[in-house]
Design a protein around this ligand. Structure first.
Ligand code: GLU
Length: 300
């Protein structure tokens, strides 16, 4: 018998900025099926590092919605809002290893958001004041990885992204930092999530390297888009998925993952349909598919 194969640990990590929409259900389902087919654990983490963007009641509604779809998670739900001390320790570790620096540049000094950081504070040491952000120092090399769905992907962080923020001026920890700390500390081995996060992955891999942690295996699912090609998001008020018409909605979500249960099974219970999906999940059918149009007939 092979000795000590690391057991699979996957996760779904929604930000509670609103109820789950069809795109988030597809991401939850893809990560769930991948974990279950690999006889792995599937964890739930609520990524609430940004209280101003959090919608009241959204976390509880997300849990209730996953339960309504019989997507039951293992272990206790982890809430990022309770993990400030861990993120701070990680920031301090990077600062003391000269892999991060304090930055007091204002948006106007940076020439507006979305620009690549010009490196001002990296070269002029900024003292730590209460209103300073912390940025991670990227290296002038390409960070490449093999995505299990999208194939090889590389990004030159220095040219394409720049030194990125890991702690904001308002003292909130950035997603890039929190996601790496928690995925590592929760022992996550496989990350299956939406295609919108593919170009965040090299930043996360750079952080794994900086902490000398080993990076997980990534799979980025096709992103569910509107008819006009735009991303469905809680911000553009994508409809919340139904808590009652769960079977019909689940069948649409499976179709977005190229899974079509046989007709005779389509009237069975959610558990029967999910069991069939576990046995038939095949990521290779999604190879290189970046988008999938949201069906207009999803029940409300
Ligand atoms: N919290 C992120 C979101 O809701 C997802 C994080 C991840 O899967 O890495 O978009």
């Amino acid at each position: 018998m092979p000795r000590s194969i690391t057991p699979y640990r996957g996760r779904f990590a929604p930000s509670p900025t609103g109820p789950l929409h069809f795109g988030s259900l597809v991401a939850a389902l893809g990560s769930y099926l991948d974990a279950r087919q690999n006889k792995g654990a599937w964890l739930l983490r609520i990524e609430n590092t940004d209280p101003p963007r959090e919608q009241k009641g959204a976390s509880a509604l997300i849990l209730k919605t996953l339960e309504a779809y019989h997507l039951f998670w293992d272990e206790a739900v982890l809430y990022q809002s309770q993990r400030q001390a861990i993120y701070e320790d990680h920031c301090q570790q990077l600062l003391s290893n000269d892999l991060a620096f304090y930055c007091s540049c204002s948006r106007s000094q940076l020439g507006g958001s979305g620009e690549i950081y010009p490196g001002y504070c990296r070269h002029h040491k900024t003292p730590h004041k209460s209103e300073t952000a912390i940025r991670f120092k990227v290296t002038a090399e390409s960070v490449c990885f093999q995505d299990q769905i999208q194939g090889p992907y590389c990004q030159h962080l220095h040219r394409e992204v720049g030194d990125f923020i890991i702690k904001r001026k308002d003292k909130l920890y950035a997603y890039q930092l929190a996601v790496v700390c928690d995925d590592h500390l929760q022992g996550i081995t496989h990350i299956v999530r939406g295609m919108d996060l593919l170009d965040n992955t090299p930043r996360q891999i750079a952080l794994y390297h900086a902490f000398a942690y080993s990076a997980p295996i990534y799979s980025h699912l096709p992103l569910i888009v509107n008819n006009d090609g735009g991303k469905l998001s809680k911000q553009n008020l994508a409809e919340p998925i139904s808590l009652t018409a769960t079977r019909a909605t689940l069948l649409y979500a499976l179709a977005a993952l190229k899974l079509q249960p046989p007709a005779e099974l389509q009237t069975n219970s959610l558990d029967d349909i999910l069991l069939w999906a576990n046995n038939n999940w095949d990521k290779s059918k999604l190879s290189n598919i970046q988008h999938s149009i949201c069906p207009t007939q999803i029940p409300q």
